[in-house]
Design a protein around this ligand. Structure first.
Ligand SMILES: NC(=O)c1ccc[n+]([C@@H]2O[C@H](COP(=O)([O-])OP(=O)(O)OC[C@H]3O[C@@H](n4cnc5c(N)ncnc54)[C@H](OP(=O)(O)O)[C@@H]3O)[C@@H](O)[C@H]2O)c1
Length: 285
């Protein structure tokens, strides 16, 4: 039985892709720069390999007996070209399906790195099933939870815009279904979102209700946000710059579309932000 390689296996989406693939009875190779992490997360249920997009020497072992791949772009790799050597290696290896974790709206937007990565996969004629999710609910429980926990504030430069947030667990399920059916989903793209578009005032209201604390949306400008995340939070500059571009797009209205993509793939309703906040309450306390 051939295996499925999951890159970013310890990440927000990758960890759920692994879980859902195992439920479907697939054999999984969990790939990360530090294979101990995957071992800790999934134990003996998966094979863990050390893998780095920037180190070609790690590709051969990762692709051994693999015919399908979940491909994600680590957030700090800001240049699309960083992923090309591994995409070339997938082509040489005759991969049957690659499901790339892309981004909602990139088919019409050349700025985010995902646009060029999708095009490069298509140019090489590797069978693909692009997954184009909206913003992750995990942004609130992860990167932005620091200000929520310490100051009861949401510090995101999204203005008054709306976002159709989706739970990374739902993305994991939809992606596993694509990889489990490579013939059916060959050369397709799927825009998947949560069930509703919320602005950050509404997000703050839901978090206040669920945590029992008054949480407010601060609505910073781009410059304030950028310097705070780089200087005070010490985050990678490339990463912060990509997020500024994404929030700029969000303010243009590119993150608010609600689609049936998740239901069409899974036959289930996507989780609401309130359900997510209740399930992940510990991350906000
Ligand atoms: N956040 C959103 O709202 C959103 C929405 C749509 C699309 N996206 C896209 O989703 C992607 C991020 O997914 P995620 O949130 O699941 O990622 P994540 O949680 O940030 O995890 C990143 C993963 O990549 C691994 N990694 C780091 N450097 C690597 C390297 N050089 N080679 C191979 N693996 C490496 C990390 O391993 P270690 O932990 O060991 O470093 C980790 O497993 C980005 O491309 C982003 O643009 C995000």
């Amino acid at each position: 039985m051939m295996k499925i390689l999951v890159t970013g296996a310890s990440g927000n989406v990758g960890s759920f892709v692994v879980k859902e693939l195992l439920k479907l009875g697939e054999k999984v190779v969990a790939a990360d720069p530090h294979s101990d992490k995957a071992k800790e997360l999934f134990g003996n249920e998966v094979e863990a390999v050390t893998f780095d997009f920037t180190d070609r020497n790690t590709f051969k072992d990762a692709l051994k007996d693999v015919d399908r791949v979940f491909l994600m772009r680590p957030p700090h790799l800001g240049k699309p070209e960083d992923l090309y050597p591994f995409i070339d290696a997938m082509k040489e290896h005759n991969i049957k399906l690659v499901s790339f974790l892309s981004l909602m709206g990139v088919e019409n937007n050349t700025i985010p790195p995902h646009h060029k990565i999708e095009k490069y996969i298509e140019k090489l004629s590797i069978p693909y099933a692009h997954i184009r999710p909206g913003f992750f609910m995990q942004n609130l429980s992860g990167i932005h939870s620091v200000e929520i926990k310490e100051k009861n504030e949401i510090f995101v430069p999204a203005g008054k815009s709306k976002t159709s947030f989706i739970d990374a667990a739902d993305i994991g399920l939809a992606t596993a279904i694509l990889l489990n059916n490579p013939e059916k989903y060959k050369n397709t793209a799927h825009t998947i979102t949560g069930p509703e578009a919320l602005d950050y005032y509404q997000v703050a209201e839901i978090l206040s209700e669920v945590t029992g604390r008054k949480i407010t949306y601060k609505k910073p400008g781009y410059l304030k946000y950028r310097s705070y995340y780089i200087k005070n939070r010490g985050l990678d500059k490339n990463y912060v710059n990509v997020t500024v571009a994404l929030y700029f797009m969000t303010r243009m209205g590119t993150a608010k579309e609600v689609t049936n993509g998740f239901y069409n793939l899974t036959g289930k309703k996507p989780r609401t932000f309130k359900e997510f906040a209740q399930e992940n309450l510990r991350n906000f306390m």
